[in-house]
Design a protein around this ligand. Structure first.
Ligand code: KG4
Ligand code: ZN
Length: 333
């Protein structure tokens, strides 16, 4: 069963074809990062206009790269939230129009749930990846992105219980703001990671442990960084390394603690911040159970994860219809 996935929740216009929920047949992502970089962050109105310009060519490219026609597609999966309202609307309306015009089933997909499914995708040129990527339940999902830092217990396919979330800034948002404070540019996560390679995590930055809760808080950390920078005399490489380490330290400690308490069988890392090498290796080193992490290009926003997630819902007999609407504040669990 081949599903066309469509993703426009933020600043990536993406389309992909995935077979049977795991095999990537094609995966096309058009990033708007260069357009937003000149403003130092995402401008929602600019993002939705850009999605409008690129979505149809990107869908055609996904079909062409898969060497498929519409007759080969069995269903459409589209992100309907969470995300920017104007951006989500572009993907959802295009998906509904195609589903109607081509008489295909359509399923609305939660972007956060889709990030988790990136863990089970098989990358075509690395078939051996697949054997290691079998879901084992219950598992613990750490979803870290520009908008979310969620710790979620996945009991089985489609069943989620939220254990913790950020109380203020998401981890990716904190990295983006720190990069701005340090003048490292946008997007901040990769810029901080790059700068940190030349520094050491030697600066005294605080951790909000929030004992007794699996919630996260990163805004105090950002304020502390700002005060340190105002005082002067620190290198931006050391500041980047210290800030990155403060975030990774808390994310990993809380995830490992939850994994032990709940006796889960696997940890799944996902979301754009999961592209961070320090986070990836520290979690693997500290975890009491096997850790699955998608390849870097499947951590950041893409439509293959949306198609994979949609496949499982369609297989379970669920589907959406022409009443499907965007939910910008949608949550998971
Ligand atoms: O999942 P994603 O692509 O979009 C959202 O759903 O938000 O995540 C984007 C976030 C941004 O905050 C970006 O700075 C962060 O992921 N990010 C990284 C890295 N690559 C992207 N953070 C740390 N290290 C990276 N290598
Ligand atoms: Zn995302």
């Amino acid at each position: 069963m081949k599903i066309l996935g469509i993703e426009t929740s933020c600043d990536e216009t993406a389309a992909a074809v995935v077979e049977d929920g795991t095999k990537i047949v094609s995966n096309v992502v058009a990033s708007q990062v260069d357009i937003h970089a000149r403003y130092g962050g995402i401008v929602p109105e600019v993002a939705s206009r850009q999605h409008l310009l690129t979505i149809i060519p990107i869908i055609h490219k996904a079909l062409a790269e898969a060497k498929l026609t519409w007759q080969d597609i069995d269903g459409i999966a589209v992100t309907f939230g969470p995300g920017l309202a104007g951006s989500l609307l572009v993907g959802v309306n295009v998906a509904k129009a195609i589903a109607w015009g081509k008489n295909l089933p359509i399923i609305g997909v939660n972007h956060l749930e889709a990030h988790i499914y990136a863990n089970w995708l098989m990358v075509r040129d690395k078939p051996t990846d697949y054997a290691a990527k079998t879901p084992v339940f219950p598992c613990l999902c750490l979803i870290v992105s520009g908008g979310h830092s969620d710790l979620i217990l996945m009991e089985k396919q489609g069943q989620f219980k939220k254990l913790g979330r950020t109380r203020d800034d998401a981890s990716g948002e904190a990295l983006d703001k720190a990069a701005r404070i340090l003048g490292l540019g946008y997007p901040g996560g990769p810029a901080i990671e790059q700068a940190a390679k030349n520094g050491t995590p030697c600066l005294p930055l605080p951790r909000a442990w929030l004992k007794g809760s699996y919630d996260f808080s990163f805004s105090g950390l950002k304020t502390s960084l700002w005060h340190l920078v105002q005082k002067g005399g620190i290198s931006s490489a050391d500041a980047a390394a210290s800030f990155q380490w403060a975030i990774v330290d808390v994310l990993v400690a809380k995830t490992v603690e939850a994994a032990k308490q709940l006796g889960v069988k696997q940890i799944l890392l996902s979301g754009g911040v999961a592209a961070n090498q320090v986070l990836r290796s520290h979690l693997v080193n500290c975890s009491p159970v096997p850790v699955l992490i998608p390849p870097i290009h499947l951590c950041t926003d893409n439509a293959a994860m949306v198609a994979a997630c949609g496949y499982y819902h369609l297989q379970a007999g669920e589907s959406s219809n022409s009443a499907l609407d965007v939910i910008p504040s949608l949550s998971l669990g």
